[in-house]
Design a binder for this molecule. Structure first.
Ligand SMILES: *Cc1c(COP(=O)(O)O)cnc(C)c1O
Length: 364
C-alpha cells in the first residue's frame, strides 16, 4: 500500500511523513481537560514562530476555506475589494457575495500578479474597507509581492488586508506582524504537510477591533471567541484532537530541522531546482513556467504544456510510474501541470521526480 516517501507531489494535500501520520493515533483526551490545555499550550509558541506573530494563532476544525469565510465575516464592514488572478483568489468573491458583502473585483490574467502600485491605486479608488489577496495562487503558481502590497494597502487608512497564505505559509517568508497583515490564514494540508482538517490563522488587533463592531459574523466562524479561548489555551468547540497531536509533532520537527527560516530556504532551493530544470530542458520538452521569474511560488510550480498533451494526460502517465503531480486547475486544467514541491520534500526527491517527468515528456 505505502509507496516510499517522495513520490506524492500534489499541490495539496501534500505528502505526510509516516511519524506525523502515526502521531494521530494518540488516545483521546478530554477536550476541556488539563491534557488538552497542555497540548494547546505546547503548540502556542512554535505556532507563533511559524506565523511570525506575537498574537495567538487561532486553530479551527475546518478546511482552509473556513477561515477564508471567517476573514470576510470578521474583516469586511461593507465593501471588499477582491484581487483576482486565479481560482482561489476568485473564491473570495464567491464568499463575499454569499456573506452579503458589497464585492468589488479586480481581475488580472491568470499567472500574473498584482503589483504594489496597482494595488495602491485600486484601494484608494475603491471605497472598500477591506482587501483580499491570495499570496501564492495555487492554480497558477504565481507569488504576490506581499510585503510591498501590505505597505501599499496601509497607505489608505482603515482598510484591512486579508491574506490567504494557504500554499505559502511555512514555505516562504511571511512576517504577519512586521508586514502589518490583518488576517493571514492557512490550512494544515499544504506547506505545513499535515493531513487536511485544520485551518490556522492570525488576526491583528485592528481586525479583532473591527470584528467586534460587525453584526452577523455567524457563530462557528466568529473570530472573537476563537481568539479569547486561544488566549486561555482552549478552543470554543471540540478541537480536532488527532490533528493537534500531529501538529505538535510537526512543529517539533520544524524546530529540530533549523526552524522556519531553514524551511523557507529548503523551499527556495526546490523552486530554484525546478527553474534550472525548465531553463535547461523546458524548450525541448515543451514546458514553460506560467508566471514570470521573480513572481513564482516557492511551493508550487505551474508549467504550461505544449502540443497534443494535456495536464491530465501528463499527470496520468506520471502516475503509471508511481509519481503523483497535479493537472492544471480550473480553466488551466488541460493547459498546465502543477508540481507541489512543498511540505517535507527535498531537492533530492524533487530531482528524482523531474527525472521521471522528463522521460514522460520525451515520449511525446
Ligand atoms: C488549497 C487552497 C485553498 C482551499 O483550501 P481547502 O483546505 O480546500 O478549503 C484556498 N486557497 C489556496 C491558495 C489553496 O491552495
Amino acid at each position: 500500500m505505502t509507496a516510499p516517501f517522495g513520490r506524492f507531489f500534489l499541490p495539496g494535500p501534500t505528502e505526510v511523513v509516516p511519524e506525523v501520520l502515526a502521531a494521530q493515533q494518540h488516545p483521546m483526551v478530554g477536550h476541556r481537560g488539563e491534557q488538552t490545555e497542555a497540548l494547546l499550550g505546547a503548540l502556542d509558541a512554535p505556532l507563533r514562530a511559524v506565523f511570525r506573530t506575537a498574537n495567538p494563532v487561532v486553530i479551527a476544525a475546518a478546511s482552509a476555506t473556513g477561515l477564508m469565510e471567517a476573514a470576510i465575516r470578521n474583516g469586511v464592514r461593507r465593501r471588499v475589494l477582491c484581487l483576482v488572478n486565479g481560482a482561489f483568489s476568485e473564491r473570495f468573491v464567491h464568499i463575499g457575495v454569499a456573506c452579503g458583502k458589497d464585492v468589488l473585483r479586480a481581475d488580472l490574467p491568470w499567472g500574473e500578479t498584482f503589483e504594489p502600485d496597482v494595488v495602491r491605486r485600486l484601494v484608494s479608488q475603491s471605497g472598500a474597507d477591506a482587501v483580499t489577496l491570495v499570496h501564492s495562487e495555487t492554480s497558477t503558481g504565481a507569488l504576490a509581492p506581499l510585503a510591498e502590497i501590505a505597505q501599499a494597502v496601509r497607505e489608505t487608512p482603515d482598510v484591512l488586508l486579508l491574506v490567504d497564505a494557504v500554499t505559502s505559509l511555512g514555505g516562504c517568508p511571511i512576517e504577519s506582524d512586521a508586514w502589518g497583515i490583518d488576517f493571514v490564514l492557512t490550512g494544515s494540508q499544504k506547506a505545513l504537510a499535515l493531513p487536511p482538517g485544520l485551518a490556522l490563522g492570525v488576526a491583528s488587533a485592528r481586525m479583532l477591533e473591527r470584528a467586534r463592531t460587525l453584526p452577523h459574523r455567524g457563530l462557528y466562524l466568529d473570530l472573537i471567541p476563537y481568539d479569547a479561548q486561544a488566549r486561555k489555551r482552549q478552543t470554543p468547540y471540540t478541537p480536532a484532537l488527532s490533528l493537534l497531536f500531529a501538529l505538535d509533532l510537526q512543529l517539533t520537527r520544524i524546530a529540530a530541522a533549523g526552524g522556519i527560516e531553514a524551511r523557507w530556504e529548503r523551499h527556495r532551493a526546490m523552486l530554484e531546482c525546478t527553474e534550472r530544470w525548465v531553463a535547461d530542458r523546458g524548450e525541448a520538452l515543451g514546458v514553460a513556467f506560467l508566471p514570470k521569474a521573480g513572481r513564482r511560488s516557492w511551493t508550487v510550480s505551474c508549467l504550461t504544456v505544449a502540443g497534443e498533451r494535456t495536464g491530465g494526460s501528463v499527470a496520468k502517465r506520471m502516475e503509471t510510474r508511481g509519481f503523483v503531480i497535479g493537472a492544471g486547475y480550473g480553466k488551466l486544467r488541460d493547459a498546465s501541470i502543477r508540481i507541489g514541491h512543498m511540505g517535507d520534500h527535498t531537492v533530492k526527491e524533487l530531482e528524482i521526480l523531474l527525472g521521471a517527468l522528463e522521460e514522460v515528456l520525451r515520449r511525446g
